[in-house]
Design a protein around this ligand. Structure first.
Ligand SMILES: [Fe+2]
Length: 135
């Protein structure tokens, strides 16, 4: 895929990206539940680390795909990824001091950022890919 410029070849990548979104959403929902039930850090820390690892890996795949398909507004999309990366790192740093429950407001901000990004930027890219494939 990396050498391709034909978006139609990326349907498998779009499927994988959709699977990643579902996996990330599931982890966010689980963390939200853990925050609301004051779960111990022995449970929340590993899941938070896994969320960050999965999210950063997902961003890298998406950005490689945008580069391979020469997406015109990839630069803007990457800004959204950078914002969420910074939010995740801030949450992890705050959780090391005060735990997840004390930082539920930051988690809620990340949850909102994730869903807005998927609904807007990611959907825009998917629609652009479809339009390019039909040309
Ligand atoms: Fe994205």
């Amino acid at each position: 895929m990396a050498s391709s410029t034909k978006p139609g070849c990326c349907s498998l990548s779009v499927t994988i990206i959709g699977r990643d979104h579902a996996e990330i959403a599931g982890m966010l929902q689980e963390l939200d539940l853990q925050a609301s039930t004051a779960a111990p850090s022995t449970r929340t820390d590993p899941l938070l680390r896994e969320l960050i690892r999965t999210t950063l890996s997902h961003f890298a795949v998406e950005e490689a795909m945008m580069e391979a398909t020469r997406y015109e507004v990839a630069w803007f999309h990457r800004l959204g990824h950078q914002l969420m990366t910074n939010q995740l790192r801030a949450l992890a740093a705050s959780c090391r001091k005060g735990g997840l429950q004390q930082n539920a407001h930051l988690l809620n901000l990340i949850i909102e950022s994730h869903f807005v990004h998927v609904k807007n930027e990611d959907q825009d890219y998917t629609l652009w890919l479809g339009a390019m494939a039909r040309r």
